[in-house]
Write a protein that binds this ligand. Structure first.
Ligand code: MG
Length: 384
């Protein structure tokens, strides 16, 4: 029997790649649900190609538009909004939930899937960043598997197969360094949106590409790794590796280091999250070392990339600090994309939010939603 897969965030970069993987492995997987934020044209195509029984659209009016387009296709139920996403997570028939929703919107539905003991192929960083302790507690209680899709975390996960957590010395989380790796701090002040969106190795959505330019993406990944692998921040080291061939490494107590390597292609970690513990034949990636020629490494510049430092600090502060960091960053990135602030204002805004908003150590879902909202409102007031 093929495994039933629900893809939340199917029109984004991870979502589209997930569908590419499923298209190649039709005997193994069947798509049973999709969700999209705004791109209903692509969603409509995906619904028709894979004949899915349920789809969720973030916006009610777009959902109505899509229903109209699909009126001759009564076998696909269209839901809308956060409530629709929750209903789908709670009631749809699936084995694996791929959560590739951008930002904070993926949390509640992921928790529902965990409670139903489904496998989570986790591509949404924010879920663990803001609610890591809650996710872990639930996953343990219900015995559901969380398999990372993020290339670095997939690499660490793969390096840890057959190993004991107690024997880890540290994780080496690799980072491309983004488009501004070789820029000096002064020039960074005048970086344009266009320059920030030109990522050297990965083709991704705009939010995550800006996060790569500020290295907040790596900061969020450090927090994600902290929760996924249950390690303190001092055991998670960021290593700049511009070629993005080594996707991350684990150093063990005996000095041995395991890594996972390949040319950068998101289809590989996505497929692994779906097929784990198996590896299936794929046509996707062919890594030829003579063509790559060299692999280089640098220490990250915490002064130039303040966001990375802020993320480490947020782990130490604990409680809702990562939630504040994440929400302030989301709004700041949006303002940068709108041309309202400089790239270097992003860490300033996050810093201000972390200083001014009270951090609660009593972490529950209500507190997190409240903190998220409070932070967004606070950051908005900085622009009046
Ligand atoms: Mg990554």
């Amino acid at each position: 029997m093929p495994k039933k897969v629900f893809v939340m965030g199917s029109t984004g970069s991870i979502g589209v790649n997930t569908l590419n993987v499923i298209r190649e492995l039709r005997d193994e997987f069947v798509l049973v649900g999709l969700s999209a934020n705004k791109n209903i044209e692509l969603l409509e195509k995906q619904i028709k190609e894979f004949n899915v029984p349920v789809a969720v659209v973030a916006d009610y009016f777009n959902a109505e538009k899509l229903k109209e387009k699909l009126k001759n296709k009564a076998d696909c139920e269209i839901l809308s909004g956060a409530e629709g996403l929750l209903t789908a997570a709670r009631e749809s028939d699936y084995d694996i939930l791929v959560t590739a929703v951008v930002g904070f919107a993926g949390l509640a539905s992921t928790l529902e899937a965990i409670k139903r003991q489904k496998r989570i192929a986790l591509a949404n960083k924010e879920t663990l960043v803001v609610a890591g302790s809650i996710v872990n507690e639930l996953a343990e209680k219900y015995g559901s598997e969380i398999i990372p899709v993020d290339s670095e975390h997939s690499a660490i996960f793969q390096s840890l197969v057959g190993e004991e957590k107690e024997e880890i010395e540290k994780i080496l989380l690799t980072a491309s360094g983004g488009p501004f790796r070789t820029w000096n701090a002064e020039d960074l002040q005048s970086a344009t949106v266009e320059q920030a969106l030109a990522h050297p190795n990965w083709d991704m959505g705009s939010k995550i590409t800006i996060d790569s330019a500020t290295m907040m993406n790596k900061g969020l990944e450090v927090i994600e790794a902290h929760w996924l692998f249950g390690l303190p921040s001092e055991k998670i080291e960021v290593l700049v590796h511009p070629q993005s061939i080594i996707h991350s490494m684990v150093e063990f107590k005996d000095g041995s280091i395991k890594a996972q390597l390949s040319l950068p292609d998101m289809k590989l970690p996505i497929q692994y999250a779906l097929t784990y513990p198996r590896r299936l034949k794929s046509d996707f990636v062919q890594t030829r070392f003579p063509k790559i020629k060299e692999l280089t490494f640098f220490e990250p510049d915490f002064q130039k990339f303040e966001c990375l430092k802020l993320a480490y600090d947020a782990i130490e502060s604990g409680g809702t600090a990562p939630c504040i960091l994440n929400a302030a960053n989301e709004i700041a990135v949006q303002k940068f994309l709108e041309g309202k602030i400089k790239l270097t204002d992003i860490p300033k805004i996050i810093s201000k939010a972390l200083d001014d908003i009270e951090i609660s150590q009593d972490l529950n879902l209500e507190e997190i939603f409240d903190c998220d909202k409070r932070t967004r409102n606070f950051v908005a007031t900085l622009f009046n």
